[in-house]
Design a binder for this molecule. Structure first.
Ligand SMILES: *Cc1c(COP(=O)(O)O)cnc(C)c1O
Length: 366
């Protein structure tokens, strides 16, 4: 069986370093917001090229804290509308709801799966205050297009970079530094994945960073002083130590992902299957390699019967989830069509060349 993703294999390569990290952590006697978290924050902000990084508990909390910080600073208030692509992972939308704001779902561009910037103007109302762009599957959204529209309409631009660690825009700006403020998840399956839950926020805005440093830790400014009604959304010290070790090889691992993607793209040759549209290899870090087919379900069963595990990202669009009953009458034909056609193929550092060849051969004879 070719697994969809082999996390055990990926993390095995770090075993000795992780064990040393655990020993140092144990002996430090400092288990919350210690040296590992602040070192990771410094290293990750320099990696992204931003002035600040705030380590937090997970990706959903990262987006939620960004929105709460904007509320604290008076830039957003309860009931404001936030545009978000309709075909994202549900966490992007939940974060908006959790912060007491209103998500407005916008159709994706069917070629690149990211938010369709030509649909933004039609979605605006007097209450629209921000766009939450998502670099879906690891490919940057239309960076210049979205920047321009947000400027034109005076909207805040927030990046959900949970699937795009290390993606670079043409002028070498990194994911996490393409907007006013960005959210990352280090969920174990992500390109930079911890061994548990973890997340971070990157920004060049000092007021936002200062506010989020407080919000993630009970709104605390010093031991017994609390300025804000904050949360407990801290990045775990041990996860930070693991992440520091994996950050060192993130670029190398992303290169391996691109190599596998290149191999798929160059060799897939079946008129029933569409390969992903890649704008520029540097703008894509292939968190997922997502093909499309009108015969998706049959293709998935055929691959499984031949020993290849695949997944669907995502089989139920957000507006079709019971959690979002209020959107059940929304018509989002592009998102719905993609939901029925997408299929994610195995792609991870360590996936063998012969496995990729086997998958290609199987698909080409489907
Ligand atoms: C993973 C993910 C999240 C949520 O991150 P968690 O760490 O699992 O909370 C949010 N948005 C996107 C696009 C994601 O892929």
């Amino acid at each position: 069986m070719i697994k969809f993703l082999d996390l055990k294999l990926i993390n095995k390569g770090f075993e000795a370093e992780f064990k040393k990290g655990f020993k140092d952590f144990l002996n430090s006697g400092h288990y919350i917001l210690g040296e590992q978290v602040s070192s990771f924050e410094n290293e990750f902000s320099s990696y992204c090229g931003t002035d600040y990084c705030v380590g937090v508990s997970n990706g959903l909390d990262a987006i939620r804290l960004i929105l709460e910080a904007y509320k604290t600073l008076g830039k957003l208030s309860e009931g404001d509308e936030i545009l978000v692509p309709a075909n994202t992972y549900i966490a992007s939308v939940l974060a908006i709801s959790n912060a007491g704001l209103k998500p407005i779902l916008v159709e994706p561009n069917p070629n690149v799966h990211n938010i369709d910037i030509t649909k933004i103007e039609g979605a605006l109302s007097t209450k629209t205050k921000a766009v939450l762009g998502v670099h879906l599957y690891g490919q940057l959204y239309d960076v210049e297009g979205l920047e321009r529209i947000c400027k034109e309409h005076n909207l805040l631009l927030i990046e959900d970079a949970a699937q795009a660690h290390g993606a670079r825009f043409i002028d070498e700006r990194m994911a996490g530094n393409l907007s006013d403020i960005a959210a990352f998840s280090f969920y174990p399956t992500k390109n930079l994945g911890a061994l548990g839950d973890a997340g971070a926020i990157t920004t060049n805005n000092k007021d936002l960073a200062d506010t989020i440093f407080k919000l993630r830790n009970y709104g605390r400014v010093s031991t017994y002083k609390n300025d804000l009604k904050g949360y407990n959304c801290r990045l775990d010290e041990l996860q930070a130590s693991f992440l520091r070790k994996k950050l060192k090889v993130l670029d190398a691992y992303n290169s391996k992902r691109r190599e596998i993607a290149r191999n798929y793209i160059d060799n897939l040759d079946n008129t029933n299957v569409l390969s992903p549209n890649v704008r520029d290899m540097n703008q894509h870090v292939f968190y997922l390699f997502v093909i499309r087919s009108k015969h998706r379900n049959a293709l998935q069963e055929y691959l499984l019967a031949n020993g290849v595990e695949t997944l669907i990202h995502y089989p139920i669009a957000v507006h079709k989830q019971r959690a979002y009953k209020e959107f059940e009458n929304r018509k989002l034909p592009v998102a719905e069509q993609l939901q029925g056609e997408v299929l994610s193929l195995p792609l991870y550092p360590g996936l063998r060349k012969e496995d990729v060849s086997k998958i290609v051969t199987l698909i080409n004879s489907f």
